[in-house]
Write a protein of this length. Structure first.
Length: 209
């Protein structure tokens, strides 16, 4: 995992839906290299990558998982299947951008019953060895892709995580994209605030600079 002093120079995005595309667009606009991937393989992303332009490229899920920072932006129900491609997640910094919808076809609906566990705690169990930060899930894609600078300040991106260094690295990354990073706690308490149905879910906040 990169140290706080290191710049995130490459981002691997696992997923190619609206949220993944929005994150890729914001990274590209900020000069951050992006490797976009999905379960169907890089050939299925040729048209999308051409539309997004440099520095976005297509790769496999394994390729994306080798980036400095990995964004998991797939339907919640597909997480176990997708992450199983990587035999060892040790040392990776994973940003969990999922929401625990019970199903995604024909549309996102319902809520997965995880008992007392939060969505990000559940995701973290499926990427053993990785350091997980919850972020971007509380935002609509339409608010991620554009310039986060507004007349009154910067768009806030909430994030939650249990590791101080990982939180600092993510905050540095988010600030480099133009966002105002706001840490809201660990994966349990902060994740509960941010997850589907939580008080911070879909909350649009601008930080006054």
């Amino acid at each position: 995992m990169p140290s706080v002093q290191d710049m995130i120079v490459s981002v691997g995005v696992i997923g190619a839906g609206p949220l993944a595309q929005a994150i890729a667009r914001r990274c590209a606009a900020s000069g951050v290299s992006v490797l976009l991937s999905n379960s169907r393989g890089p050939d299925s992303l040729t048209g999308l990558v051409a539309e997004l332009g440099d520095p976005v490229q297509a790769g496999t899920v394994s390729d994306a998982a080798d980036a400095d920072l990995v964004v998991l932006a797939v339907p919640f129900a597909k997480v176990p299947e997708v992450v199983a491609v990587i035999p060892d997640w040790t040392g990776r910094l994973v940003v969990d951008a999922t929401n625990q919808f019970a199903q995604y076809e024909p549309t996102y609906s319902g809520r997965a019953d995880l008992g007392d566990e939060t969505g990000s705690e559940w995701v973290a169990r499926h990427v053993p060895g990785a350091t997980v930060v919850k972020a971007f899930n509380a935002m609509f894609a339409a608010f991620i892709a554009p310039d986060p600078h507004h007349r009154d300040g910067r768009q806030v991106v909430f994030h939650a995580g249990d590791d101080d260094d990982a939180n600092a690295v993510f905050a540095e990354f988010a600030e480099a994209l133009g966002f105002a990073a706001v840490h809201v706690g660990g994966l349990r308490d902060g994740g509960r605030l941010m997850q589907l149905g939580g008080p911070l879910s879909a909350l649009h906040v601008v930080k006054q600079d």
